[in-house]
Design a binder for this molecule. Structure first.
Ligand SMILES: Nc1ncnc2c1ncn2[C@@H]1O[C@H](COP(=O)(O)OP(=O)(O)OP(=O)(O)O)[C@@H](O)[C@H]1O
Length: 308
């Protein structure tokens, strides 16, 4: 398998802040490679250094065998960059935008076919700013594909979308991968990373703290149990924190979420609730997910504001 991106000891500083701190990884041809991490972890900075939109301070980066700091023009011929709405002139129609962006490249593809593949052929004469959020994101994907790229960068493309549009964009991204284009994406949605990515890199404080398939990352939480429940009274957070088998407990959307180690963890929690004369409703044992992997690696929840 060919290596499409190779990053070695990449660092980027903004003044005193080390936003990317010695990151090394490789992305292989034909995979959907995802980056996740809390706000401010350094995902966008890292992606922009790889794209050549930002200058790195140290380390080496190769994209399709070239250095983005030196060969940005040649790389941009061969990769797809996701644009922001502000990159488009106001009052432009979908077809006009595709035509305009095709004119920027030496070997543009057939943008009408791209629009058809993305289910946008009926929108060719619609104004981009009159489209729904999901349609607009598909136009941005189409624009990133006009040069038939070997690799496409996608930064939080589904953030503002409703679940239905998000699923439609996932299908589009899978099709792009199935057609042979490598996808490098960042996301805030754990479900998106879990369902879409072949491999996931977890970034925290500018460092890469884990990189593997979703299955392997979740399997690394061997023996962890996640319990969720509501109680008919004060949630016994402090009491749960006394249990030696507890890893973490928090309140989330009115429920208690407790993670612990060992086979008897659920029994211990139920016993403790009984001792406190609390009745647990909806007592469930849940499959761990990527947020649990992050918590296990860092001791902190990934989402902002999800304290106890
Ligand atoms: N141009 C800049 N100048 C100074 N600091 C910056 C700049 N861009 C980002 N930062 C800081 O660098 C850190 C990493 O930011 P970055 O946007 O790369 O993180 P992120 O993981 O993409 O975050 P988010 O998930 O919120 O988009 C943050 O602390 C941010 O405030």
């Amino acid at each position: 398998m060919n290596t499409v991106i190779r990053c070695q000891d990449l660092s980027k500083r903004y003044g005193d802040l080390l936003a990317v701190d010695g990151v090394s990884f490789e992305v292989q041809q034909g995979e959907i490679f995802g980056m996740i991490g809390p706000n401010g972890a350094g995902k966008s900075t890292l992606m922009e250094c790889v794209e050549g939109l930002r200058t790195r301070d140290s380390g080496t980066v190769e994209v399709l065998g070239m250095d983005p700091a030196k060969d940005a023009a040649e790389i941009h011929e061969r990769v797809g960059l996701q644009l922001q709405t502000s990159a488009l002139p106001p009052r432009i129609k979908v077809g006009e935008a595709l035509q305009l962006f095709s004119s920027f490249y030496r070997n543009p593809g057939d943008w009408r076919k791209t629009l058809r593949d993305l289910g946008l052929d009926e929108k060719v004469n619609s104004y981009v700013d009159k489209l729904s959020g999901g349609q607009r994101q598909r136009v941005f994907i189409a624009l990133a594909l006009v040069n038939n790229p070997e690799l496409i960068f996608v930064d939080e493309i589904t953030t503002a979308l409703d679940p239905q549009s998000r699923h439609a964009v996932w299908d589009v991204i899978r099709d792009i991968r199935d057609n042979g284009t490598t996808v490098f994406l960042t996301t805030h949605f754990m479900e998106e990373a879990e369902r879409l990515c072949d491999r996931v890199a977890i970034v925290d404080h500018g460092r890469l703290i884990a990189l593997d398939t979703v299955t392997n990352l979740i399997n690394s939480l061997d023996g962890e149990t996640k319990l969720t429940f509501t109680v008919n009274g004060r949630p016994p957070i402090r009491e749960l924190q006394q249990l030696p088998s507890l890893i973490h407990v928090e309140r989330s959307e009115g429920r208690v979420v407790a993670r612990g180690k060992g086979r008897t963890f659920a029994q211990e929690v139920m016993g403790m609730l009984a001792d406190l004369q609390l009745v647990a409703e909806d007592f469930r044992s849940e499959q761990p997910n990527l947020e649990d992997v992050f918590l296990s690696l860092t001791g902190r929840p990934m989402r902002e504001g999800s304290g106890q």
